[in-house]
Design a binder for this molecule. Sequence first.
Ligand SMILES: [Zn+2]
Ligand SMILES: [Zn+2]
Length: 322
Amino acid sequence: MPVPVVILPARFFSSSSCAPGSAVSSSAAEHEEPPKSELIFLGTGTSEGVPRVSCLTDPSKTCPVCTKAAEPGNRNRRRNTSILLRHVTPSRTSNILIDAGKYALLLALPVASPLVLDALREIDAVIITHSHADAIGGLDCLRDWTNNVQPSIPIYVAPRDYEVMKMTHHYLVDTSTVIPGAAVSTLQFNIMKEEPFTVQDLEVIPLPVWHGQGYRSLGFRFGDICYISDVSDIPDETYKLLEDCQLLILDALRPDRSSSTHFGLPRALEEVRKIKPKRTLFTGMMHLMDHEKVNDDLARLMETEGLDVQLSYDGLSIPVRL
Ligand SMILES: [Zn+2]
Ligand SMILES: [Zn+2]
């Protein structure tokens, strides 16, 4: 069965520590339990992905990033933004996916590491940031799981995005319209409000942000990790939810400026200076962001300002405490 019995509180690992008075010669940090959960970047790019097909088919072949991205294993190769949380408790490991974009899943699999393949064997929940195609376009592909691996998948979605799904994926919301014998994804829709909720023993705090004028998207906080993949502005009331963030994952579309719907790198860095996370990884990069070049530039900010900021890349896996 895909839905396990709830055994332990979500913050089990982060609340654990060494016994008082033990090994006084070493720092407390050395005695904390090592992180056991894991955060895996399944996709870190824009909706059309990197490389862009139009750059590869351009006879002049003038796009250096897409040319590099076409090489297997190159870190400029980017699929739709998505992360996978492997939430480990003593009783089980839960695989929680944030967004199911057009090809975060399908294109990830042929080149995925054994770690990612193992992590994607069963999907325990999918949490949706918003209803653009690069966040929900892969809902249809989940039928491979519900046909062949598990009976159903819980989807957590805001009311406004559920209304969109009723149109874009009407046959997944109302399965009575499916032709008998046809196989579609079997999804359980859970409507989430903009307040904390629990998924698979893990507390999830929605982080409401603007993703273009008048259009809401959600980031999410898991323990000390804050994930905001699609943002053009952060409302005042959301900043207090970002306090004491250890790892911030933040939208940074392009190196020079913001767009109407996404932070560019200069604005994203402004926000990092304001939010003050311990470490930041950027996501949602388009083909103007050269992984090595931008990361070299960002590394200098560690020397000059003490800012720990880097670009993420598809397949990057980070041990985390949830
Ligand atoms: Zn390009
Ligand atoms: Zn979007």
